[in-house]
Design a protein around this ligand. Sequence first.
Ligand code: GDP
Length: 454
Amino acid sequence: MIPNDDTIVARATPNGVAAIGIIRLSGVLSLQYIRSCFTFSKAISPNKVYIGYFTDPETGETIDHVCVTYFQNPKSYTGEDSVEVHCHSSSYVIKAILNSFVFLGARLATSGEFSKRAYINGKLSLTQSESVIDLIHSETKLQHQVSLNRVQGKLYTHIQSIRSQLMSLLEQLEGSIDFPDEVPPINRKDAYHIIHSISNELNHILSLQDLGKSISDGVHCLLIGKPNVGKSSIFNALLGENRSIVTETPGTTRDYITERIDYNNVHFHMYDTAGLRDSDDVIEFLGMQKIQSLIKQATIIVWVCDQSTPLTSDDFIVLDHIKHLPNYAIVFNKSDLSSNHVMTIPNAAPIFQLSCSALDSHSISCLKHLIYEHTVSSFQDHDLEFLCNIRQHACLKTLVCLISSLLDRLNVTYHDDMLAIDLRNCINSCSELTGDTITEEVLDGIFSRFCVGK
Ligand code: GDP
């Protein structure tokens, strides 16, 4: 990739009135530009903060009292000469400073251009650059931890070590093809063991990606059940407020209501849905269609039954919608009422079942904790190192498939030349995941997700 020869400028802090606003310059002329508008007379050394007046280079008028720091290449975020101007964050001041730099010849940066330069100049790997955006957007401690791990390059280092193991195999294989007298053929049994352990490792990383989704998007928890079993009451109790209408009349919620709660640093999107049942009512029917699509996307489905009465065919209609899924739980509600019918339900394999009452805060806390336990908390802290974003996840899936077919082929008599091609494909796939080989188009797509100034 060709290094940039122009100097870019952007505000690094958000719009709006604030105590301090930061403007960033990056490129070969950064120092020259700041010298043209800064009243500080002595030499500007790197990594020091200088205080002085910023003046308009065209009119000589004072714009603001500012602090300036110069970062000399390669020791800057972008790897280029960079300058940060800390000014008062009025929109007038920010605009005037940006205009001054543009007047001198700087170009306004596009989204993510600073990070793109950091990547081009080898300051950040692609996985690290991508994680910078997640770090900026992280709202919970867990999201922050995941993106920080990636910024620190833990996933990158891991995939790189897999790549170098594959590379050593390929080197020996190609050596034995080209120089059969000097390089011995690879030991297929040893190669099988290496690829097998890589395959296990990658499959483990792949299996963790649902956790990543739960951390970044939040857990989607769907309450379903026939009408009047207490779904809205449980929904309200989980939220701690009366968000959903609770009545004794069945069928009041026509499609679904969703609200977010935060529990142990994870966002939980709770969905209170219309009762699933056979109905001639067109609106209710449409509502039920929506629920069916929510069922497919849910992280966890909580099927609510009323334990104060025996189950009816309407309950089993609900079970029919979910019994093939691995992610549903059963809640027997209304435990406070006298005649309890908690039962083992034939053909049901829930991840947990709980007898509870929407009227009892203790059982609602238990329910919240069980939902958390079965979606997020079973994972270890170090698992967080391996979480990918969407692009990396897609690359990881391809890599897992390639490694798996390579493993199959090592089992059979497969020509060394063909094996070398497969190995090379796996190596390329690793490089794609880490971003070491990536097209300009994909790069632009990645960096356009950033804000301007990052
Ligand atoms: P939904 O149609 O499944 O959403 O059910 P609702 O939450 O609207 O509740 C239906 C009725 O059951 C209302 O009268 C609630 O007050 C009542 N109810 C809900 N949960 C409980 C519970 O745990 N115990 C008792 N005694 N009544 C409940």
